[in-house]
Structures are given as C-alpha cells and as structure tokens.
Design a protein around this ligand. Structure first.
Ligand code: ADP
Length: 348
C-alpha cells in the first residue's frame, strides 16, 4: 500500500466517524423533540429510541452519499473503459500515437496504463523499423549509384587502360560492399530472431585468434602494421564459427583504422574461468560521444571516411550480438589519435 492510499483510507475513516457522531447527536436532538410532544418515556427506552434514530439517520445519509459517489465512480470507470477500447482500436489500425488519460489509481487505470505503455513501445519499434529501412536503402543505394556511374564511364572509347582498370576496381569494391552488407544483414537478423541456436563445442580459442590474424595478413602487412600477440593457450566451449567472426571484425577494424606502420596488440588470458581477449590498436581512436553509439546498427563515426574504407556500420553490432549470445561482454576504451582497445570477456 502506498503512502497516498494510506492517507486516503485514514481520511475516509475520520469523515465516516464524524458523520456517525453527527447522526447520533441529531438522533438525540430529534428524540428530545419527539419526547416534548409525547412526554418522556423511562430512561432506557429513551436511550434506545435516541440511538436507533441516530443509526437510522446515519443509514439514510450513507445511502444517499454512496449513491452519488458510486455513480461518479461508475461513470469515471466507464469513461476510462471507453477511452481504453478506443485507444486499442487505434493501435490495431496502426496508429500508435495514443494516450489514455488516467485520473484515479485502481485496477481499471492499471489496464489503461499498460495500454499507454504498449502504444509507446510499439511507436518506438515502428521508428526503429523505419530507421532500419532507410539505413538499408541508403547502404544499398550508394554503392549502386557508384557501380552504375562507373559502368557508364567504362563505355567511353577514349579511356586509357589505367583508367579502365581504376573504374573496374571501384566497381569490384562496391560490389563486395553490397555483398558484405547482405551477408551481415542476414547474420544479424538470424541472430536477432534467435532462430539459429548456438552450436557450441570445445575448441582452442588461442588457435582461432591466431588463424584470424593469419587470415588478415595481406591487409596488415600491406600497411606495414606490427602485430604483437600475447596469447595464452585457452580452450572454450562456444560456437566456433560465430566467435571467429568476432575476432575477424575486431581485427579488421583495428587494421582499417590504424595508420601505416602502426601497431596492434592482441592479448588472451584466462583467470578464474573468465577468458579475456583484448585487441588494441594505436590508430585514430574514437571520441567519447561516439563510443556510446559504436555498437548500434549502421553507426559510423565518419560516414565519408567509412565509405572509402568500405564499412557498413554493422560489424560491431554483430560482434556484440554474438558475444552476448555467449553470455559475455564487449567493451572499449579509446582515446582520439592514440588508439582503441576492445575487450571481450567470455566465461569458459
Ligand atoms: P564498419 O563495418 O563500418 O567498420 P563497425 O560496426 O565495425 O562498422 O564499426 C562502427 C564504427 O566504429 C566504424 O565506422 C568506425 O568509425 C568505428 N570503429 C570501429 N573500430 C574502430 C577502431 N578500432 N578504431 C577507430 N574507430 C573504430
């Protein structure tokens, strides 16, 4: 029981007590009037008559008050019920901009409150859905514009071989970007629908991370990046294929956002059945205000730079989803111009 309703009950009891005492007093006064006309009866019957008159008066007053109060309550409840039904009708027609006005607090108003909350949640889901569609359309539209533009340029007869190769390279990169986008979208939606259960098995995590580093060798060696790895022998029971995606995405970003001749440090250790993997680069870093959005779908710190680097802002949201499905956490520490460290913790 909350503070307000307690005071409400005390207030009602006091009012009823005052009315009751008032009625007894009025009954007493009435009986004196009657006895003035009829003559005084003996003391005991006189008290009885006076009390009965008081109680009867109280009964009448209570009946009159309750008729008015309950009528008011019933009307208020009917109004609330009508509003709630109307709101549900609007929600069913796809209009989530509804709010039932709640004045009193009783079980009826709790139903109305739930309807208000449902409308707010549905409205926010609808906004997310629309944002998602506009982000996907944008991500598809920009490479397509580029592909069709350069394909048109390729029709020019006077192009040198070098120009032709350059345009073809762009078309190839943009097509790969589109393919990566659809691949990432598919993975994310499957993971989010959670229709694809994890297929865990025991494997050597240290070997998996080393393999990811080797797989990305062409990228880091092209930029003369030094890889420093302190990887302890560690086994884990997890979905091997999905976890591999996490290291590839994190390493890929570290390479992408680290300048030529930079350094990437990888650590893997286990303490009290908690595995921690850190991937640190000395690249461009991420501003504090961007760090809170970094795991959101389609979030890119610098949209134009990311375009040239071929990102679609889905890599980190995929990492987060995979790590969370394994019951782990992924966090980051970053300083602009100094570098970024992503830390993944997983339980054994
Ligand atoms: P993308 O595929 O565009 O790289 P991500 O979801 O992997 O998308 O990353 C989101 C954004 O986070 C990137 O666009 C980039 O701006 C920023 N980011 C990710 N990793 C790093 C990093 N190691 N250093 C600096 N910025 C990073």
């Amino acid at each position: 029981m909350n503070h307000n309703s307690r005071w409400h009950i005390i207030f009602n009891v006091v009012i009823i007590a005052v009315i009751f005492v008032g009625c007894l007093a009025a009954g007493f006064g009435l009986s004196i009037l009657i006895f003035g006309l009829t003559g005084n009866p003996p003391v005991f019957p006189a008290y009885m008559i006076s009390s009965l008159l008081g109680v009867a008066l109280f009964g009448c007053i209570a009946r009159i008050i309750s008729t008015f109060v309950f009528k008011g309550h019933t009307q208020a409840r009917m109004h609330l019920l009508n509003q709630t039904v109307e709101a549900l009708g609007k929600i069913a027609r796809g209009n989530f901009n509804v709010s039932v006005e709640i004045e009193n607090h009783d079980p009826f108003s709790e139903v109305a409150q739930s309807v208000n909350k449902m409308a707010r949640d549905l409205a926010s889901m609808e906004t997310q859905r629309q944002d998602f569609i506009s982000n996907v359309s944008h991500e598809i539209q920009s490479p397509l514009t580029s592909i069709s533009g350069f394909a048109a340029l390729l029709k020019t007869d006077s192009l040198t071989n070098e120009q032709r190769r350059h345009y073809l390279d762009i078309i190839e990169t943009e097509s790969q970007r589109l393919s990566k986008l659809s691949d990432n979208l598919l993975k994310l939606s499957t993971l989010e629908a959670e229709t694809m259960p994890l297929t865990p098995r025991e494997f050597r995590l240290d070997k998996q991370i080393k393999n990811a580093v080797l797989m990305l060798e062409p990228q880091w060696s092209e930029k003369n990046i030094v890889i420093d790895a302190q990887i302890d022998k560690t086994t884990i029971n997890a979905d091997e294929e999905l976890l591999s995606q996490v290291w590839i995405n994190l390493l890929h970003n570290a390479i992408k956002f680290t300048p030529v001749c930079g350094e990437i440090n990888i650590t893997l250790s286990e303490k009290e059945r908690v595995i921690e993997c850190g991937i640190t680069d000395n690249g461009i870093g991420i501003l504090k205000e961007d760090q809170i959005h970094i795991f959101e779908r389609f979030y890119k710190v610098d949209k134009s730079r990311d375009r040239s680097l071929g990102g679609n802002g889905l890599g980190l949201s995929l990492c987060k989803k995979i790590v969370e499905l394994h019951g782990g956490t992924i966090t980051l520490e970053s300083n602009p111009d100094k570098g970024t460290r992503f830390i993944v913790t997983l339980s054994k």
